[in-house]
Each structure stands twice: as structure tokens, then as C-alpha cells.
Design a protein around this ligand. Sequence first.
Ligand code: FES
Length: 153
Amino acid sequence: MNELLKKYPPAPESLLDILHDLQAAEPRHYLTRDALRAAAEYVDVPLSDVVSTATFYSMYSLSPRGRHIVRVCESPPCQLVGADSLIEILTAHLSVAVGGTTVDGAFTLETTSCLGVCGVAPAMMVDDELYGNLTKEKVLGVIADVRGRDAAS
Ligand code: FES
């Protein structure tokens, strides 16, 4: 963990990048108590401020998640072109509610605010990959591709 922290200056401005990297390094994609403490000590801010930051941004989680994070944009431009139906399709296909993780631990389904690709709404992000102009078929295809890659590895 220390090597990861040293990539950044030990200053409060580094906190978001540090939290991102600490979460990415955790196989279940969440910030552990040890990670939060280490970040607080490294940037020299109170632990309560670090926890406040981590709970403010939807990209961070304080509880274990699936191996893949599916984030569907629910901001108005995406909602206007069908984001709600995509969420319904995913909850049915994955048998999980928004915020939940599939029984096999493969996917956690989340909603998020604008992903910055409104021109290709509706959009979602799976791990670090963006997908736009989504239809039911495309969404199910993305999930199938991810499952296929997992099976091959
Ligand atoms: S509103 Fe969905 S990507 Fe911007």
C-alpha cells in the first residue's frame, strides 16, 4: 500500500487519486478501513474527512463489490433516451437490485450521474470502459462479453 501512496505528493490534493488507486488495488473494488486510514495519514487529513470524501462520491465504495462494476448513467439526458429501461433490463438479467452484487460475485450494478458522454446517451460504464448508444441487445452483449473474458482467463 505504501508504494501506491508514494506515487502522489503527500498533500490533501492527492486524496481523490489515492482513493481511486487504493480501491482499484482491492480485488472487491472497495476502500477498506486500513486503506482509509493509510490515505488519511499520508495526506495528513482527519480520517473523518477521508470517510466523508469517500462517501460523497458514488465512484467509491466502503463495502465489497463484485469483480466488475456496471454503472448506468441516470442523469436527465440518458433518462430521456431510455436509461430507466436499461436499468430494468440489467436488474432482471443479473437478478440483482441497483446497489447489489450478483450471487456469483461477478457484477455489482450501480447508477451514476453523467459519465461525460451525453452525445451517445444512454450510456454506461463497465469497470473503466464506456459504452454508449445502448440498446437492450448492446447491454446484454456487453455483459456476455465480460462473462466470456472472465471464463477465458
Ligand atoms: S447524461 Fe448520461 S452520459 Fe451524460
